[in-house]
Design a protein around this ligand. Structure first.
Ligand code: NAD
Length: 256
């Protein structure tokens, strides 16, 4: 159903972004992968998607902490029917000890870049007569946790930005929505399990259910494939009137 469409997914050489790129490519889209690196492995991910799906996949390096790079990513791709703003990082510290450069970096990558990519992509969507903006926010775009000031502020900001984009495009064939995941099983999350097991002297199962998924009532991680499926749904005809809202994929976190 997405054949002929081009999807640009920021921060997609791992985790959720890569999962979304794979699912959009399976649904027929040509995809553009991105991160701030430009390694053999990065380009190989694009080749693998092309081999598996038969659709065009490219990798474009751009450091989204820089506004000009964010705009260059969209311009280099040349076409953007589906924009998935996904790139993100985390830093945990109390506000009065939060490093200023970490605050600036998190706001730049996770909030400012969404402004720049959206500004560059909307004219392309208007020219094509169809568009989807999908912002990857978080359960932390709707609720807070201590010590995550920059992350929570950026993710709430993304939800607000999503609503504005939806209103500015409300009478056009363009929608803008945010997906708010709870905990998703990614290599990053997986890599935290051994240390957490040691720290609490717990087995793997207990660490997952009682520490990591403490706030996720389902006691299950979401998967990157599921997030790819939700993004694909937002590109479907059924989702035409869904705009300016959030879809939680959090096992009940925000219902608590
Ligand atoms: P990840 O570390 O696997 O992915 C982050 C991606 O962002 C990577 O591809 C990384 O290369 C890229 N990135 C980082 N800095 C960048 C920069 N300066 N320029 C370009 N790309 C950059 O982590 P993930 O869990 O897949 O996270 C993806 C998104 O999902 C993030 O926005 C994150 O906040 C959000 N999220 C994740 C979870 C979770 O449990 N994993 C939950 C809610 C929201």
């Amino acid at each position: 159903p997405l054949s002929g469409k081009t999807a640009i997914i920021t921060g997609s050489n791992s985790g959720i972004g890569l999962g979304i790129a794979r699912e959009l490519a399976k649904a027929g889209a040509n995809v553009v992968l991105n991160s701030f690196t430009s390694s053999k492995e990065d380009h190989a991910l694009a080749d693998e998607i092309t081999q598996v799906t038969g659709n065009e996949a490219r990798y474009i390096q751009a450091d989204l902490s820089k506004g000009e790079d964010a705009r260059r990513l969209i311009e280099t791709a040349g076409k953007c029917d589906i924009l998935v703003n996904n790139a993100g990082i985390q830093h945990v510290a109390p506000i009065d000890e939060f490093p200023v450069e970490k605050w600036d970096q998190i706001i730049a990558i996770m909030l400012n870049s969404v402004f720049h990519t959206t500004a560059a992509a909307l004219p392309m969507m208007r020219a094509a007569g169809w568009g989807r903006v999908i912002n990857i926010s978080s359960a932390h775009g709707l609720t807070a946790s201590p010590y995550k000031s920059a992350y929570v502020a950026a993710k709430h900001g993304v939800v607000g930005m999503t609503k504005v984009v939806a209103l500015e495009t409300a009478q056009e064939p363009i929608t803008a929505n945010a997906i708010c995941p709870g905990y998703v099983m990614t290599p990053l999350v997986e890599s935290q399990i051994p240390d957490t097991m040691k720290k609490y002297d717990m087995d793997r199962e207990t660490v997952i259910k009682e520490v990591m998924l403490e706030r996720q009532p389902s006691k299950e991680f979401a998967t990157t494939e599921q997030l790819g499926g939700v993004a694909t749904f937002l590109c479907s005809d059924a989702a035409t009137q869904i705009t300016g809202t959030t879809i939680s994929v959090d096992g009940g976190w925000t219902a608590l």
